[in-house]
Ligand binder design. Structure first.
Ligand code: UDP
Length: 369
């Protein structure tokens, strides 16, 4: 009999398993996929660690989390600086002096601040949705060229119908600083995320290709307690209705050229381009293979966003009011379930970054192990 059956070998499951084992618990990890690492799974193609379920750039302000992940991987000095392409015109992200200079020709921070101040005047009072929040942060010009199209493709919803917190993820700076994140610590694990999760799961029994919900009764018998990191509505067989998610489809291409776009991420912020962004994976590790040699080829992924439907992979919870209320109902059901913990992006229906998932798993372990 195991102490814990952990459903899902993604980040939440791996952290929980690692901590539990460290404290002498007997754990079994299962995953319905044939690979560990959930959506941070990376696969080596032509010497390049390809982020198969979308780009993941580790960043955090949490020293405990940073120290924790550094036990399982060496992190390189990658800094995320995406480029935005609006109908072929290029801008720096996040919104900083380079962006303002390109947009308005302003040169000093004072001029930039004045321009933003003038444009944000149209929003009076507390912003009620993403559109108002965006205009009040950076003004209408930037909203129209760098936010509106991208956001509507990404979420499949009008910016007026989306919660404002989504856009607050992006910094706005009056300095020449293209670092996308305001984080003390940032980097990519050398050798890929799969290796990092493998290290976390060292010495732990993992069974892949096992679907928990399809074999629930039998699997539940194996352990005292369950940690479930799948979708919470699926656990309850959608009995209160389905929560909405966004899914992502990737079109991967191996190209026989050394450099396609000169950057890891280019966001396509106009409505006309059907994809939201293109990732060129080699730049997460500076174009070098594990021996430090230049890689002659390149792998790119075009990312298409779509509404989730049964059978698709869920990626992003849609944390608007309607879904928030439904989730609350599911959370109450979950509270009444015995011997089970719901965790992670899908288990808690929350747009968590990697560091927040780890922090939440570590916290849970502190409380119950
Ligand atoms: N966003 C945008 N333009 C961009 C990049 C991001 O308007 O070029 C907005 C968009 O609403 C997106 C949000 O900022 O959903 C958060 O973007 P982030 O890059 O943090 O999302 P993730 O990497 O998690 O997909």
């Amino acid at each position: 009999m195991y102490d814990y059956l952990i459903v899902g070998a993604g980040l939440y499951g791996a952290v929980f398993a690692q901590k539990a084992k460290e404290q002498g618990k007997n754990v079994l990890v299962i995953d319905k996929r044939d690979n560990i690492a959930g959506n941070i799974y990376t696969e080596k193609i032509e010497g390049i660690n390809v982020h198969k379920y979308g780009a993941h750039i580790f960043h955090t302000n949490n020293k405990e989390v940073w120290d924790y992940v550094n036990r399982f991987a060496v992190f390189n000095r990658f800094t995320n600086s995406p480029v935005a392409s609006y109908k072929g015109e290029l801008f720096s992200l996040p919104f900083n002096m380079y962006t303002f200079n390109k947009m308005w020709g302003v040169v000093t921070p004072e001029e930039a601040a004045a321009k933003i101040e003038e444009q944000r005047k149209e929003i009076t009072g507390e912003p009620r949705n993403l559109e108002e929040q965006a205009i009040s942060l950076v003004g209408r010009d930037i909203y129209e060229k760098l936010i509106k199209g991208y956001t509507e493709k990404q979420w499949g919803r009008d910016c007026k119908e989306l919660p404002s917190f989504i856009i607050k993820r992006l910094p706005v700076r009056l300095t020449f600083d293209n670092n996308y994140f305001n984080a003390l610590y940032q980097g990519i694990p050398v050798g890929g995320y799969t290796k990092m999760v493998e290290n976390m799961l060292e010495g732990i029994e993992v069974r892949l290709g096992v679907d928990y919900l399809e074999n629930k009764d039998e699997l539940d018998k194996l352990a005292q307690k369950v940690v479930y990191t799948g979708a919470i509505d699926a656990y309850f067989d959608y009995k209160l209705g389905t929560l909405e998610y966004r899914s992502v489809r990737f079109e991967n291409e191996l190209l026989d050229i050394p450099n396609f776009q000169g950057n890891a991420a280019v966001n396509y912020t106009d409505r006309e381009t059907p994809w939201t962004r293109i990732i060129e994976h080699k730049w997460f590790e500076f174009g070098k293979d594990e021996n430090g040699n230049d890689i002659p080829k390149t792998v790119i992924s075009r990312e298409y966003s779509s509404e989730w439907k049964p059978g698709d992979e869920p990626y992003y919870p849609v944390n608007d009011e309607k879904n928030g209320a439904l989730y609350e109902e599911y959370r109450k059901l979950a509270e009444n379930e015995k011997n089970i913990i719901f965790g992670g992006r899908l288990g808690e229906y929350k747009y968590y970054d990697m560091d927040a998932v780890i922090a939440s798993a570590l916290e849970k372990c502190k409380n119950i192990l």
